[in-house]
Design a protein around this ligand. Structure first.
Ligand code: COA
Ligand code: AMP
Length: 633
């Protein structure tokens, strides 16, 4: 069947389409129907089916005689280590950790926070939670203690599973002190912390904390516990407009069905294929495509600890693709920009056997045409962009190459996937004309696997996503639907920026800056950056008391954001300005400042209260090095 027919059928008969897709999942009790919207709240997919995520990702493959198949390959150039785990070994390790959690009183619905770098134990931790119906919440290692504390207080985990350190190309990041710092700030107290001690930086264990391997050694394996289809599989915090992160809830049943469907239809992968998503388990790409989807589908997944810069070098990705005969590779465009900068002619690809590699997938940020062209030129492989969000867990728009390979339009992430009726709406909520820019929205109900709510924040869920356009979910992106039905994602409509494929809130950074005693007001904008796509730039106005210490404010602001949000914010540029440009009604004109920083055409808005300030803002940004040229470091 071709894409257009398949999509039309899925939209006309979602019940038939998704119940058919659900057959690829093992259910302890099959769902009576696909969409459950009887109670008037957010509809839930497969709500009354009974299912277990770990069984589907691990045990069922062992039960089917595939225990010897490689489930995980850990490649860690930063520790000079490489290891494989078969499905049978994975089952053994997951079930013992699940037993340990059970012995510590963790049961269905209890939360477990995972604070680990790219090691197999991170995947084992997530699957162990899924095995016993516990809800995991993985926190990315690049956040500071305060961000970790916010998540601990919101998720209220019974247990924290942590590693003693992460390893960045140029430094070891000790997680122990970061975790201790977070627990000192947080009000919630987990019952225990289980610490994976790493040779590169062991942690001091506080009273009551357990050593991972000692604790596991005595644990009895636990069996899979079936949960309802609408049971939350995990909470993943993501950035919104304000400083408080949003806890995206992932429902179990829809997640399993949708992810398995994507492996064939979007990634063109079969059981046994090697799938590599070079991301981090702390992000949604890691949840869906390092852990759940490849394993549910019986593929081999690569866990890569390293970056395509520094250690070992910009050719590492190609070598690993060749060594493990990777069939599908997925990362954010920023990673390829880093590789291109170090190896513009693709010398490091030559000589690598990429014959197993069928496609390269990009997501997480806009795929800029020069990068896409470079990847295609040096690899000789199709480069396929697709667009999605933490909230959806899988692609909203893609090129469904497993169904029909549609022509690639560079710059467009493709066409809507089944389950998503995508609309581009104008300010009044009416559909924009083909080719016209508008807010990208998805008609409710959303596809299986998408968030039904935010953890502890139903009202915020409704106001953030459902209030802008009645009957639609607001994606927060602005874009265009062209005459062929292809989507083009142009920008965010909120205060979210995308830094090296990492989603961050400028609002959260502004909250930190205003805490500086000399900062009267501030604005953080996302400025175009040739490597990271965007980077945050702070513009601060000082209060009268700053006096002689005014010169120290920018460096202090940089340190505060690093300390309170974390290094991942990549917040390095701050300028002191006399005033911020505002409308006469007092609204800060962030959009104009962003255009100035990007070197994009801009005009003085008619509503501005003081046009002269824009010249001063432009001068301040120039001093910081903006706009950046394509070759700037
Ligand atoms: N733990 C601790 N610190 C981390 C971290 C982690 N997991 N991840 C990043 N950081 C730190 C970095 O060490 C760096 O610190 P520094 O200011 O001391 O140098 C800072 O956060 C910024 O990191 P990053 O934005 O990753 O910049 P980079 O220059 O180190 O690497 C890339 C740039 C493009 C090579 C890298 O971001 C990358 O490979 N990205 C791949 C895409 C990706 O993972 N996307 C996620 C969604 S698909
Ligand atoms: P995250 O929730 O971290 O995955 O970030 C989601 C956001 O990243 C989206 O709302 C977009 O703004 C952006 N994004 C993700 N994929 C793409 C893409 N292929 N093209 C353009 N923007 C993208």
């Amino acid at each position: 069947m071709r894409y257009h027919d398949l999509y039309a059928n899925a939209q006309a008969d979602p019940e038939g389409f998704w119940m058919h897709a659900a057959r690829s999942i093992d259910w302890s009790a099959p769902p009576s129907k696909a969409l459950h919207d009887d109670d008037g709240t957010t509809p839930q997919w497969f709500a009354d089916g009974m299912v277990n995520g770990c069984w589907n990702a691990v045990d069922r493959h062992v039960a089917a005689g595939q225990g010897d198949r490689t489930a995980l390959i850990h490649e860690s150039p930063v520790t000079d280590a490489s290891a494989i785990l078969t499905y049978a070994e994975l089952k053994d390790r997951v079930s013992r950790l699940a037993g340990l959690l059970t012995a510590h009183g963790v049961g269905v619905g209890d939360r477990v926070l995972v604070y680990m770098p790219m090691v197999p134990e991170a995947v084992i931790a997530m699957l162990a939670c899924a095995r016993i119906g516990a809800i995991h919440s993985v926190v990315f290692g690049g956040f500071a203690s305060r961000e970790l504390a916010l998540r601990i207080d919101d998720a209220e985990p019974s247990v924290i599973l942590a590693a003693s350190c992460g390893i960045e190309p140029l430094r070891v990041v000790p997680y122990g002190p970061l975790l201790e710092g977070a627990l000192d700030i947080a009000s919630h107290r987990p019952a225990t912390v289980v610490m994976l001690q790493r040779d590169a930086g062991p942690a001091t264990l506080r009273d009551g904390w357990l050593d991972w391997f000692d604790a596991i050694a005595g644990a009895e394996p636990a069996d899979c516990v079936p949960v309802r289809g609408d049971h939350p599989a995990y909470i993943l915090y993501t950035s919104g407009t304000t400083g408080a992160p949003k806890g995206v809830v992932r429902p179990t049943g829809g997640h399993l069905v949708a992810l398995d469907w994507t492996m064939d239809a979007i990634y063109d992968c079969r059981p046994g294929d090697v799938f590599w998503a070079a991301s981090d388990v702390g992000w949604v790409v890691g949840h869906s495509y390092i852990v759940y989807a490849p394993l549910i589908h019986g593929c081999t997944s690569i866990i890569y600890e390293g970056k395509p810069v520094g250690t070992p070098d910009a050719g590492a990705f190609w070598r690993i693709m060749a060594r493990h005969r990777v069939a599908a590779f997925f990362t954010a465009p920023t990673a390829f920009r880093a590789m291109r900068r170090a190896d513009p002619d693709g010398d490091m690809v030559r000589g690598q056997d990429l014959s197993a590699l069928r496609n390269i997938f990009l997501a997480g940020e806009r795929a800029d045409p020069p990068t896409v062209d470079w990847i295609a030129r040096v690899s000789g492989k199709p480069v396929i962009d697709h667009w999605w969000q933490t909230e959806t867990g899988w692609a909203i728009a893609a090129n469904p190459i497993g169904i029909e390979r549609l022509p690639i339009k560079i710059g467009s992430p493709g066409v809507p996937m089944p389950g998503y009726e995508v609309a581009v709406l104008d300010e009044t909520g009416r559909p924009a004309l083909a080719g016209e820019l508008g807010g990208v929205a998805i008609k409710l109900p959303m596809a299986p696997g998408c968030l039904p709510t935010l953890w502890n924040a139903e009202e915020r869920f409704r106001s953030s996503y459902l209030a802008s356009y009645p009957g639609y979910y607001d994606t927060g992106d602005a874009g265009i639907l062209d005459e062929d039905g292809c989507l083009w994602i142009m920008a965010r409509t909120d205060d979210v920026i995308n830094v090296a494929g990492h989603r961050l809130s400028t609002g959260a950074m502004e909250e930190v800056l205003t805490a500086h005693p000399h900062v009267a007001e501030c604005a953080v904008i996302g400025a175009a950056d040739p490597l990271k796509g965007q980077v945050p730039v702070g513009l601060v106005c000082l209060n009268d008391g700053a006096g002689a210490s005014a010169d120290d404010v920018p460096a202090a602001c940089v340190a505060m954001v690093r300390d309170r949000i974390g290094p991942v914010a990549a917040f390095r540029s701050v300028a002191v300005v006399p005033r911020l440009p505002k409308t006469r009604s007092g609204k800060t004109l962030r959009g104009v400042m962003t255009k100035i920083a990007d070197g994009a055409p801009w005009s003085t808005p008619a509503t501005i209260d003081d046009p002269a300030i824009l010249t001063e803002i432009a001068a301040a940004l120039r001093n910081l090095g903006y706009p950046k040229g394509a070759d700037d470091p």
